[in-house]
Write a protein that binds this ligand. Sequence first.
Ligand code: NDP
Length: 263
Amino acid sequence: MKLFAIFGDPVEHSRSPLMHNSVFKNLNYRACYTRVHLKEGSKLRETFFKLALSGANVTVPHKEEAFKACDEVRGFAKEIGVVNTLVNENGRLIGYNTDADGFMYAIKEFAPIKNVLILGAGGTAKALANRFLQDNIKVTVLNRSIHRLEYFKELHSTCHTWEDFTVQKYDLVVNTTSAGLKDEELPAPLKIIENILNNTSFAADAIYGKLTPFLQLAQNKNITFKDGADMLLGQGVLANELFVDHALESEAIKFYMQKSFEL
Ligand code: NDP
């Protein structure tokens, strides 16, 4: 029996165990998926091997630490330095990032998107900014503090803190901050968020399972929005394919993951 887990702090809210266990159980794959509350990211590698895991997902705030923990990083994760999926390949820790493609899957119905405002500058923002730029989508990043913006400037995206922000027209604004996850905060002061929502066609939040204050405002303004559930599904399907080394059919994985959302 293989064992998988999600690492995070907090991690209680994560739906990943339900999603992956639904796939394993219904497709008779001998594996089980649990959650690990990890406070210190530096202990990720040690904990992974101590638990004899076959693979894992990594959530806030350890995705950048997960990148450092790997023996080898493959694909898109290598470009962005952010890992959300770990696979134990014969005792070597291999890192991947499935968040960005998961998000592209989620916003398919909003297409065409040409101009995006990203709120936040953490691991998820890095993944999305790189992925958008790959598709020639214009990216603006707005973050609470300046220190994380350097990375985005080097990508040639437009960067602002709350202090120097001036609004433009956007096709999509996406909240990648953790504001609204454990609290009822907005990702930026109310005046700025209202101004942004008055100038966007669509709104999305990476947070799932609740209507964040950000999405609540979007709803009040009759803007088409979605929470992070489809992104979660998209990244989950891609991670599961890596966990089972493509031994299960993608459509079946998707079906049983989606079914777990009803639980
Ligand atoms: P990080 O910790 O890497 O980054 C967090 C970012 O949020 C930073 O830019 C930080 O700003 C900002 N921030 C935190 N608190 C506040 C606040 N109160 N007000 C304004 N800005 C704030 O997080 P991740 O990128 O890993 O994850 C971000 C969110 O995305 C989480 O809620 C996570 O659950 C969700 N997520 C959902 C996924 C899904 O599948 N649906 C997949 C991945 C992530 P500063 O630099 O100033 O500290």
